[in-house]
Design a protein. Structure first.
Length: 188
């Protein structure tokens, strides 16, 4: 193809190079040669254009169609993503509401658990307090009984001493001493 183009250009150059000499000999022959040269050149250029441009246009058309198809695929993918995002955004409100409801339920459960735990702790404290009160009451009763017994003994001793006069005390003492002496002799 390049060879043909080269040959045509060379022929055209040779025809134009001979033009001034032929101009002198005759104008009509020269005009016929110019037209013949023009026709050969036009046919050669037409042949080259017809041979090279359609494949070039065809490949360019294929590239454009391929680009269009890729763009359509990208557009479809983008539309799918956009639809997915819109769906997510639409569902986001309900998801947020679900999270809020779940958080409320968890807070209520936690509140109930804390209230139950507090109630149990209060019951334990109340039981311990009652036990301490009972223990303190028993200790106070024992101390009171001991104090009462001590007072009763002191009162009894005071009454016995008051009822005994000095002479009776001496007589009792003498009887005690004689009882000790007789017990000592019986042992020996």
């Amino acid at each position: 193809m390049k060879r043909l183009l080269f040959v045509l250009l060379l022929a055209a150059a040779a025809a134009f190079a001979q033009e001034p000499k032929e101009k002198e000999s005759g104008g009509e022959a020269n005009l016929a040669l110019k037209w013949a040269n023009f026709v050969v050149l036009a046919i050669g250029i037409g042949y080259l254009i017809a041979k090279t441009l359609p494949p070039m246009f065809h490949s360019r058309t294929e590239e454009i169609q391929k680009g269009i198809k890729e763009a359509q695929l990208l557009k479809q993918d983008a539309e799918k993503r956009a639809a997915g995002m819109e769906t997510r955004l639409a569902a986001l409100g309900s998801e947020i509401e679900q999270f809020r409801a779940q958080a409320r339920a968890e807070m209520e459960q936690e509140s109930a658990r804390i209230a139950e735990s507090t109630r149990r702790e209060l019951e334990k404290i109340q039981q311990q307090t009652e036990l301490e009160i009972q223990t303190a009451g028993k200790i106070a009763q024992r101390e009171l009984k001991a104090f009462g017994a001590k007072l009763a003994l002191e009162l009894a001793e005071a009454r016995i001493r008051a009822s005994l006069d000095r002479g009776a005390q001496d007589a009792l003492f003498q009887d005690f001493v004689q009882g000790l002496a007789s017990a000592k002799e019986s042992r020996n």
